[in-house]
Design a protein around this ligand. Structure first.
Ligand code: ZN
Length: 192
């Protein structure tokens, strides 16, 4: 259930184990666009994800969504492990969730699977040429042009924190850490 007249969405990305350093305002939905860790559940022990999950459990948001990033998993096995640990989140892996009448789609592996009429698209990577620092995905950009979500939330390009509009879509790069992996930026708040 969404409490606010206009759903208040609080977005972060690329916290790289420093999520506790970030002020997270209250809202209806908390979204993390990936890179909560440094080396994923395969190479590191799982404690970092357990700690991240506990941190999220303390947040007041009724809905919490997570889309894993390139630092969080290296195999399907790692991905499944994260999903199991993050009990306080809906971890979206090329899948959709509806919260009231709003659709959220987490695109993690195959950018072609994005469905039409999605309100909020979440990915870890940036689309090519948009707040991407020169290393965005062309496949993702193509899907966004096709499906035109209202919002696209992402991170990955640490130096490109910001918001911009391209066509009908408002793009948000919510990277918390800078290029030196220091927490520099604040959580982004948007209203649907
Ligand atoms: Zn990152």
């Amino acid at each position: 259930m969404i409490k606010n007249d206009r759903p208040k969405i609080v977005v972060v990305s690329d916290t790289h184990e420093l999520h506790s350093a970030v002020y997270i305002p209250d809202g209806d939905v908390f979204i993390h666009c990936g890179d909560a860790s440094f080396f994923g559940a395969e190479l590191e022990d799982e404690d970092q994800f357990k700690e991240f999950n506990e941190f999220a459990g303390q947040l007041p948001h009724e809905h919490k969504l997570f889309v894993p990033g390139n630092h969080d998993f290296f195999s399907m096995k790692g991905l499944q492990r994260i999903k199991k640990i993050l009990t306080n989140f809906d971890t979206l892996i090329d899948s959709e969730i509806w919260i009231d009448e709003y659709s959220f789609f987490g695109s993690a592996i195959d950018y072609k699977t994005i469905i039409s009429s999605v309100d909020v698209l979440i990915s870890h990577e940036a689309p090519y040429g948009i707040l991407d620092g020169g290393f965005g995905s062309k496949a993702l950009l193509k899907s966004i042009h096709t499906f035109q979500p209202k919002y696209h939330l992402f991170g990955h390009a640490h130096s490109q924190y910001g918001i911009c509009q391209n066509g009908k879509t408002i793009h948000v790069n919510a990277s918390i850490c800078d290029e030196k992996y220091k927490p520099k930026n604040g959580a982004v708040v948007i209203y649907l």
